[in-house]
Write a protein that binds this ligand. Structure first.
Ligand code: FMN
Length: 379
């Protein structure tokens, strides 16, 4: 596919102030988000060891529903036991865990917020067993073997597990699912040239490396139907933690998902929503390039360093249709309500423990956030 002219311009009828509160209807499911503000998926370790949703994690999400986020994307939820990566992580790997989300989904519906379960398998980075399933095996930074190459029947079982988890999500009332294809976990490991060195139909060229993700997408569409919201999160370039994805391939993959595979949205994870791809000296923002490459009717979500409502408006000017908020939403559960004021500029880290606790974080989540530099005030 040839790179289009950079012809993106802001939708003419949106003024700066109204852009964030304008509803948007997704192209395939025809579900409508009431504003342009999503809660980014954030692992918070607050749930039960069997993967079911705890009161603490429920409360954390419910406060953001009440804070008027148009879309709530859950933390990464494992689809198979061997895909879990953290203690306290949620799962949709069985009916019991799925059932624990039903009340949350109802509460979101009452508040007209969409609920998306983020479907995940850790692959090489899972922690449930000593050797993890992965495209081609692998070692950790100490050179110790941590993964084995999945056999073809295991690949097919894993695809089926993603589809079964999506069916469970649909059964308990989620509006849809987002496939976690970013950040170096199993789907990303299949996409990456570095972690996928297979020479069968699941590895090698781009078509083969994308097959795992595309089969998951197709399986979910067939099993859950077109009115179920289906999005994919992608990392479009390398980072310090993962390698093997080229920006040009990410553009092609995104366009294919939009044009041929009936996804409702693409979620581009950049960690800095304003940035240009690392290896492009001309410096055009990655999200602008995506917007110009992917069909205009497929909404783009992006996240990364969006803090104020002005930041959000600027990212929409660059081409995003919906902004996903991570760290700012941890401290500011009512961000979406307050962003109606176009000069809303919420306070910045470090945050005190009492403040975070008031924002609905349990002690476990607060302790987890201490691992993020300068987020929690030292006592
Ligand atoms: C505590 C924490 C947990 C996260 N967990 C996930 C996750 O489960 N799935 C995912 O796709 N991204 C995850 N992310 C990345 C966020 O979704 C988001 O892309 C990132 O934080 C950048 O946005 P921000 O600058 O607004 O925080 C996590 C980020 C944080 C801070």
């Amino acid at each position: 596919m040839i790179f289009n002219q950079l012809n993106y311009t802001k939708t003419a009828h949106m003024s700066q102030d109204s852009a964030l509160i304008e509803p948007l209807t997704f192209p395939v499911s025809q579900k409508t988000i009431k504003n342009r503000i999503a809660l980014a998926p954030m692992t918070n370790l607050q749930s039960h060891s069997d993967g079911s949703l705890s009161k603490d994690e429920h409360n954390w999400l419910k406060m953001r529903i009440e804070g008027d986020f148009g879309m709530i994307i859950t933390a990464a939820a494992f689809v198979q036991n061997d895909g879990r990566a953290w203690n306290g992580q949620i799962g949709l790997h069985n009916e019991h865990s799925a059932d624990s989300f039903a009340t949350l989904c109802r509460e979101a519906e009452v508040n007209r917020s969409l609920t998306l379960a983020q479907l995940f398998h850790g692959g090489l980075r899972a922690t449930a067993q000593k050797l993890n399933p992965s495209p081609s095996g692998g070692t950790n930074s100490k050179g110790e073997t941590i993964g084995y190459a999945m056999q073809i029947h295991e690949i097919k079982e894993c695809i089926a597990a993603f589809v079964e988890s999506a069916k469970r999500a649909q059964r308990v009332g989620f509006s849809g699912v987002e496939i976690h294809g970013a950040h170096g976990y199993l789907v990303h490991q299949f996409l990456s040239k570095q972690t996928n060195t297979r020479n069968d139909e699941w590895g090698g060229n781009f078509t083969n490396r994308a097959r795992f993700l595309l089969e998951i997408v197709r399986g979910i569409r067939i099993a859950c139907g077109e009115d179920f919201l289906l999005g994919v999160r992608l990392s479009p370039e390398d980072s310090q933690w993962f390698h093997g994805i080229e920006f040009s391939e990410a553009l092609d993959l995104a366009a294919q998902l939009a044009e041929d595979e009936k996804v409702d949205y693409l979620h581009i994870s950049l960690w800095d929503a304003f940035k240009a791809p690392d290896h492009q000296p001309e410096g055009i923002a990655a999200i602008t390039q995506m917007r110009n490459y992917v069909p205009a009717n497929t909404p783009l979500i992006t996240a990364g360093k969006i803090w104020s409502s002005k930041d959000a408006q600027n990212v929409m000017e660059l081409g995003a249709d919906i902004v996903a908020l991570g760290r700012v939403a941890i401290a500011h559960p009512n961000w979406a309500k307050e962003a109606i004021n176009s000069s809303f500029n919420p306070s910045t880290p470090p945050f005190g423990v009492a403040e975070l606790s008031k924002a609905g974080l349990s002690e476990v989540f607060i302790n987890y956030m201490k691992r993020w530099p300068n987020f929690v005030q030292e006592s």
